[in-house]
Design a protein around this ligand. Structure first.
Ligand SMILES: [Zn+2]
Length: 406
């Protein structure tokens, strides 16, 4: 027996009584997050909306049982509940805040899609009502910033005019004659939603009774999604929360930048410019420090075997690039080798002047054979990282030994 869908004709009915037609226990479904037994319940009539057409299902109560999910089974609507029905007649209650939110989003979608179509010739090919944001996918060229703003403004104008939203029944031909937005190829009597002088669209969902109840539409984002354009938007209570949240974020940014909210952009540009200048200065100082430290290192390192000056040290790292700068500076001198390591990071850096005629890459590999690490490089410059940073002194000692032995 087909379930009578009360929401078709009255989306505002949140309480109703019904007769249980069928009730059976279902095993737990871990993939759906259902760990205990649940029951599948079919009623002779229902105001619970099942997941369909981009709109999620309702929640609520059937007597003492919680409605966990509502599925569209074609003729029948299946309620998944956490308790069996003990009586043949049940009192039911739809979770209204959730439903009304869905009605705001869904009706807002009709208005927004109609404006994209009418003003900019961009048809909507799909709709998704998510837990946070809603999306529609538009077909056609990329909508410009002006298009997005224009569609949003036109949609909000229709909301401000508080136009009636009516349920219409008719055949596909009748709707086609009335200028339906999306032609459907289906036999029999169809249900469509009309927004006065704005839109007619076949739909089985739940909608508010006049556009004023949508409250407000905010278009949030637009991105490419395969061959289409995905537009994110929020309506009603969600738009209010989104605007409030954005304003709070703006306030937090202004506080961090110590400026008025109206000045955040110029203050951020100033802060970024200063950061770039500081970074350049810092980099120049690091290079000069590396030059100075290299000069000292070379002075203290006395020539060993084959006249090669070997400088070996584990350093406290002031920045990740400093080891590289220092090694490069040392290796600029004839017959020099630098074996450096970062005490904290376990970073290893071996560099030589080509005249030293060693092989830094091979040396690093030899060290990593004994003390675990990863890395590589060329004959003159090799870098890597030890698995265990506490081994840096041992690794350097080993490298020196291998070098002297070679
Ligand atoms: Zn709809």
């Amino acid at each position: 027996m087909a379930t009578r869908r009360l929401y078709y004709d009255d989306a505002y009915q949140m309480e109703f009584t019904a007769r249980v037609v069928h009730c059976e226990v279902l095993p737990p479904d871990l993939s759906a997050g259902i760990t205990g037994n649940v029951w599948s319940l079919i009623l002779d009539r229902t105001a619970f909306y099942p997941t369909s057409g981009g709109q999620p299902h309702d929640l609520g109560k059937i007597e003492e049982a919680n409605v966990l999910e509502v599925r569209d089974g074609g003729d029948e609507i299946i309620h998944i509940v956490d308790r069996r029905a003990s009586d043949p007649d049940v009192k039911c209650c739809v979770n209204w805040p959730r439903r009304f939110d869905h009605m705001q989003q869904h009706t807002g979608q009709h208005v927004l899609s109609a404006m994209f179509q009418e003003r900019f010739g961009l048809p909507t090919v799909s709709f998704h009502l998510g837990a946070e944001v809603c999306t529609i996918d538009l077909q056609g060229p990329e909508p410009s910033e002006e298009f997005l703003e224009g569609a949003e403004r036109a949609a909000n104008q229709i909301i401000f005019e508080d136009r009636g939203v009516h349920v219409r029944y008719g055949t596909a031909e009748q709707f086609a004659r009335l200028g339906v937005r999306k032609v459907v190829q289906r036999e029999g009597i169809l249900r469509a939603i009309e927004i006065e002088s704005a839109d007619l669209q076949p739909c089985g969902g739940t909608h508010v009774k006049s556009t004023g109840q949508i409250g407000m539409i905010l278009v949030r984002n637009c991105s490419k999604m395969r061959q289409d354009w995905r537009v994110e938007f929020v309506c009603g209570g969600r738009a209010e929360r989104a605007a409030r949240h954005d304003f709070q974020l703006l306030g937090q940014v202004a506080e961090k930048l110590s400026c008025a909210t109206a000045d955040v952009v110029s203050a951020a540009v100033r802060a970024l410019t200063e950061r770039d200048v500081h970074f350049k200065n810092y980099r120049a100082l690091l290079e000069r420090l590396a030059e100075a430290e290299a000069a000292l290192a070379l002075r203290s390192a006395s020539p060993g075997l084959e006249g090669v000056r070997l400088f070996q040290r584990a350093l406290d790292e002031m920045s990740p690039e400093y080891l590289g700068l220092l090694a490069t500076e040392i290796a600029k001198a004839e017959k020099s080798v630098a074996l450096l390591a970062g005490k904290k990071s376990g970073q290893m850096l071996f560099a030589q002047h080509p005249s030293s005629a060693k092989d830094m890459n091979a040396l690093l590999k030899q060290v990593f054979e004994k003390i675990a690490g990863k890395g590589g490089g060329t004959r003159d410059f090799a870098r890597g990282k030890l698995a265990d940073a506490s081994q840096v002194e041992n690794a350097l000692a080993l490298a020196r030994e291998k070098l002297s032995g070679a």
